[in-house]
Design a binder for this molecule. Sequence first.
Ligand code: SAH
Length: 424
Amino acid sequence: MDSLPTVLLKPGEADRIIAGHPWIYHGEILRATQPPADGGLVQVKDHRQRLIGTGFFNSKSKIVVRVLSPDRVEVDDKFFEERIRAALAVRQRHLPGATSFRVVNAESDFLSGLIIDKYEDVLVVQISSLGMDQRKLLIVAALQKIFSPRAILERSDTASRKFESLAEANGVLSGSLECADMSALSSTRHVASSESGEASPQSKIVVNLNGLKFETDLVGGHKTGLYLDQQANYQAVSQFANGAQVLDCFSFLGGFGLHAARAGAAHVHLLDQSVDAVEASKRNAAANGLAEKCSFEAINVFDWLKAQTAVKPHEKVIPRFDLIILDPPSFTRNRASVPDALRGYKEIHLRALKLLKPGGTLATFCCSHHVDAGLFQDTVLSAAFDTRHVLRRVATYAQGPDHPVIPMIPETEYLKGFAFELVR
Ligand code: SAH
């Protein structure tokens, strides 16, 4: 272990790492004692030679070292097994009963560059660092030991891989999806290919979220299949749905809308611009016996809201929804795009508020890391001011506990949401 190459930090650069943030940039490094191999393990010391931790090195990345442990560690099969079991225990504690969830969320679980999602008996791995990529076999072996999954897929298709000089990698790492049991969604056996053009019925499985079934495409779907981070929020928001006329904007597979329908909504209208997503959400509504209460439109939400709120001068928009859900994709790619994004967020809130009945509830989410909860709420309030409405905040939401927030690592926090009642 002592023979590990050593990276010495400049004075003043160790504290953030000691406090738990795992990233070390070029500018923070004083020198390395021997040239470390890209993807190899290094020990990190402060300028006085005190050990700060052990991590993966990659000279080609902006993040030169990704610290894995404050101690000297061997990164072997035992390491991955212990770390994954520890992460799993967090989920079992905070999401008891869930059968699909994120098992490992990279920095949130002190495994920078590694995401593992569990969709029932199938695991999906997403790798975004060279160190993790070189240890894929160890990771797969640990997963087989812990979960005995039917299949392990890789969805390493994130843009961040190119910053580590890694190419995209997608495929089956172990097992097979061949005998995927789609009997619960009988109409899905012959579904058309998804947007990626790669998906086949075999890449689709039925995922159970809070007792509802969702047909999920593990090859062509968003993220690694669906938005596991909203699982608890689907249930929480549905408490406002009883007897309600509901509008689910950016509905994807119908997560919010179908939970609302099950919770006693009078009717749910779901909007998403993706035809494939709308078709999948229709099948999901039918599979859960909720189709009669639901209507669907494949349309741009901005256009739809604009059309619904366009009135002649002296006419008023007639509010007709009791619950409106806004869960758009992130409108920011980076810090520079925040002003444009805020205009987009404000626009949908302005129009949604016009369609909300007095006493109704607006459940709204923002998954942009660059827009924090304060700024997001300010944007909603600015829309409320312009429409002369007053809001009562009745709930605040965050990403699910399978996407843990480590406050010392601000990058781990991204999803926030609120439920507001329309006071007047
Ligand atoms: N609420 C969903 C997640 C939404 S993700 C869930 O919990 O699963 C964002 C969704 O918005 C995607 O399905 C995408 O197709 C859709 N989308 C993105 N921009 C859109 C737009 N301008 N109008 C309508 N849908 C849009």
